[in-house]
Design a protein around this ligand. Structure first.
Ligand code: VOV
Length: 248
């Protein structure tokens, strides 16, 4: 039997995607629409406060294409908090005009493939902490997608010896490092939590860098041989102050 890799797990993660029911929204009086948008702005301002206090993080983007119109990504120390937030969001007036299109539940994860032997508690290491309890950036663009590692008879990631997986993850990391400063990546694990095994959430100020990194990684054995991907969602940052213009 091949050995399972250990993981360090951080904040819980919930991606919520919605389509806007523009036709129904259009029938609203201007003042009522303003009230609903104001309520959503207050919700996001509370998210910003939690983010500033480093008690969680979030992002809100306008999704490109018909799969969704907006994506709200929230990170919290407990699932209970995420559930409460989801409920709070569902009870906002604007939610009557938001049609759920996709959601993804997972937890921020760091795998132990490249961890150095040490006696210290990894959860106390400042670098590890910054990865497990991250400040999500407000980059111009987001790219989010779920993925699996293949479990076919010939290509089965889970039957590879630990050393081989470590070698592959090292190569993967080397490619990733070329994108330092251009793409910020967040890997959340969802084995037993949602349909795929991981969600990848990337941020960049240049949309083309998503295509560049993902294309380059496709040629690397980890992705070329073992990567299985769900739908890709990309979008543009939607600052809270711009919500009235967005919903107008
Ligand atoms: C900015 C780029 C970047 C960088 C630097 C980077 C580095 C690293 C390192 C060092 C490690 C291993 C240790 C850890 O920290 O977990 C990982 C881990 C992982 N990655 Fe990665 N990755 C990047 C980026 C990056 C992308 C774009 C993708 C999607 C792949 C694609 O083809 O679409 C990805 C996937 C993953 C996954 C699914 C895991 C977990 C795999 C597992 O089996 O456990 N990743 N990743």
């Amino acid at each position: 039997m091949s050995e399972a890799v250990s993981t360090l797990d951080g904040w819980w993660s919930l991606h919520l995607l919605y389509n806007v029911d523009w036709a129904s929204l259009k029938t609203l009086e201007e003042s009522e629409k303003n009230r609903l948008v104001g309520e959503l702005q207050e919700f996001l301002e509370r998210e910003e406060e939690v983010h500033q206090n480093k008690e969680g993080s979030y992002s809100f983007y306008n999704v490109t294409g018909q799969k969704a119109d907006v994506i709200l990504w929230m990170l919290r120390p407990t699932v209970d908090e995420l559930n409460k937030l989801e409920l709070e969001f569902n009870k906002l007036g604007i939610s009557k005009y938001l049609i759920p299109s996709y959601s993804y539940f997972s937890v921020i994860e760091m795998s132990g493939y490249l961890a150095k032997e040490s006696d210290e508690d990894p959860y106390e290491n400042p670098y590890v902490k910054s990865r497990l309890y991250p400040e999500v950036p407000k980059s111009k663009y987001i790219c989010f997608y779920p993925m699996d590692k293949k479990r076919d008879l010939d290509d089965n990631w889970y039957m590879l010896p630990m050393e081989e997986r470590r070698r592959l993850m090292r190569d993967h990391g080397m490619i990733g490092r070329k994108y330092a400063g251009k793409v910020k990546q967040f890997i959340t694990g969802s084995q037993g939590l949602d349909k795929y095994e991981w969600a990848v959430t990337l941020f960049s100020d240049d949309m083309l860098e998503f295509k560049n990194i993902i294309y380059e990684m496709r040629f690397d054995e980890t992705s070329a041989r073992y990567g299985v991907f769900g739908d890709f969602y990309v979008g543009v940052h939607l600052p809270t102050a711009e919500l009235p213009a967005f919903f107008k």
